[in-house]
Design a protein around this ligand. Structure first.
Ligand code: ADP
Length: 459
């Protein structure tokens, strides 16, 4: 087994800092890359070394420049690259080129990614091992005729999705046949623009579902465990806002069924590293696989809080070749993973909830966060004097709580949000507090329609 000495993080912001912390604890030297626009960003200063990339590229393109990043990694004698989430984290070409350059990509192999990263292909894998998927035809719809056929097969309402989609983008709900064709063409155009691939597919639209996902961890020796579920139903425009674990709206039987289905899918491709299997749960309690995320996720933190397992460190250790049951990782069997208590994550963003969550930009004049017992902060660029630019996503800090009961976890995160003072840019903190105060949230019963159906949350 080769122990990593230097890791390059091909990402920015809070997840870059999170990965540097994991590396520090493991005694690994950290290398950051940053764009021109990120010259003054905090994450840069948290690494042992940092290098400017994509000098003549745009702010986002800089982090997508595969050849330049790999060339730099080779030059700096890096053993492994952690891609974080977003950017190149699900790019099979990047994973393959790292391998070709003799650099370990901290994630699944490019072959596994190819089988699972795409929404259509992963549904085929799920079906092949008997895991229920949402009714639909598992292939891209390319003509108007196929669109009609596919939608009738599912029965209205249907949802059009980009196969390469992500971040809640590229989805359209169609309730009546008369709207299908115009939505079909718009969805294809949007998919092409956002993801470079115009493939869209059609599946049944599930009314008022809950989004429940299962965390998976696998080593390079064929061992796979799950780390239980997260409820990510609090969403706006199909994007997660608050996540918690354990889910309160499911029975023990449903929990076990989803966790074991998640392991089945991971085993079908001999999955390795961290990954998430996402399900929708309908009003009758049936669960359906929707997609697999072959990478670390924003909400991995709450699983860490209740299991005591550091997912990012374990990503690095399994990439190094450690077995799950090794002394370094210490997960001897599935039964070793026993979640305790409750954890909630609130995504604090620089967005104005009163203006349709429009991102706000400018200088932060005052930045003071809550903390205290049971509160964890995974921050990005929050500090007094920090400049929030319009180039990247608006996540400012993840505020995570841990409590003995769900009520306790709510009280702790709410108290910490109230303690927080941020001046100079707008944040969604008042909105988050309104959600935490809502009866339906406190009962743990919300479905994905909760935010759009409760306008009083915006007061
Ligand atoms: P993305 O990759 O963009 O995050 P997902 O497939 O994970 O897209 O779906 C994101 C969210 O969109 C889900 O959590 C759910 O709220 C909604 N969604 C997706 N598919 C369906 C469906 N068939 N029926 C109802 N809602 C859906």
């Amino acid at each position: 087994m080769k122990k990593f000495k230097r890791i390059l993080v091909a990402n920015r912001g809070e997840i870059a800092i999170r990965i540097f912390r994991a590396c520090n604890e493991l005694g690994i030297r950290t290398v950051a890359i940053y764009s021109n626009e990120d010259k003054n960003s905090l994450f840069r200063t948290k690494a042992d070394e940092s290098y400017l990339i994509g000098e003549n590229k745009g702010p986002v393109e800089a982090y997508l420049n595969i050849d330049e990043i790999i060339k730099l990694a080779v030059k700096k004698g890096v053993d492994a690259i952690h891609p974080g989430y977003g950017f190149l984290s699900e790019n099979t070409e990047f994973a393959r080129k790292c391998e070709e350059a003799g650099i370990e990509f901290i994630g699944p192999t490019h072959e596994m990614m190819d089988k699972l990263g795409d929404k259509i292909k992963s549904k085929i894998v799920a079906n092949s091992v008997g895991v229920p998927t949402i009714p639909g035809i598992e292939k891209p719809v390319t003509t108007e005729e196929e669109a009609f056929k596919s939608a009738r097969h599912c029965g209205y309402p249907v949802i059009l999705k980009a196969s390469a989609g992500g971040g809640g983008r590229g989805m359209r709900i169609v309730r009546e046949e008369k709207d299908l064709i115009s939505e079909f063409h718009s969805a294809r155009n949007e998919a092409k623009k956002a993801f470079g691939i115009e493939d869209v597919f059609i599946e049944k639209y599930i009314e008022k579902p809950k989004h429940i996902e299962v965390q998976i961890l696998g080593d390079k020796h064929g061992n796979i465990v799950h780390l239980f579920e997260r409820d990510c139903s609090i969403q706006r425009r199909h994007q997660k806002v608050i996540e918690f674990t354990p889910a309160l709206s499911i029975t023990e039987e449903q929990r076990q069924a989803m966790c074991s289905d998640a392991v089945k899918i991971a085993k079908a491709v001999n999955y390795r590293n961290a990954g998430t299997i996402e399900f929708l749960l309908d009003m009758h309690g049936n669960h359906y696989f929707i997609e697999m995320n072959p990478r670390i996720q924003v909400e991995h933190t709450i699983t860490e809080m209740v299991t005591g397992i550091d997912l990012v460190q374990n990503q690095i250790l399994v990439a190094q070749g450690c077995r799950l049951d090794s002394d370094e990782i210490g997960i001897k069997s599935q039964d070793d993973i026993k979640p305790r208590g409750y954890s909630i994550q609130c995504r604090v963003t620089t967005e104005d909830p009163l203006n349709n969550f429009a991102p706000d930009t400018g200088t932060i004049d005052l930045y003071r966060t809550g903390s205290g017992l049971g509160v964890r902060l995974d921050g990005g660029n929050g500090f007094t004097g920090s400049v929030i630019t319009p180039y990247y996503d608006s996540l400012l800090v993840k505020m995570i709580s841990y409590g003995r009961t769900f009520e306790d976890a709510i009280r702790k995160v709410k108290r910490s949000l109230r303690e927080t003072k941020i001046r100079g840019v707008k944040t969604n903190i008042p909105f988050l507090i309104n959600v935490l105060n809502h009866k339906e949230f406190r009962e743990g019963k919300c479905d994905t329609g909760f935010i759009s159906e409760n306008p009083e949350l915006f007061k």
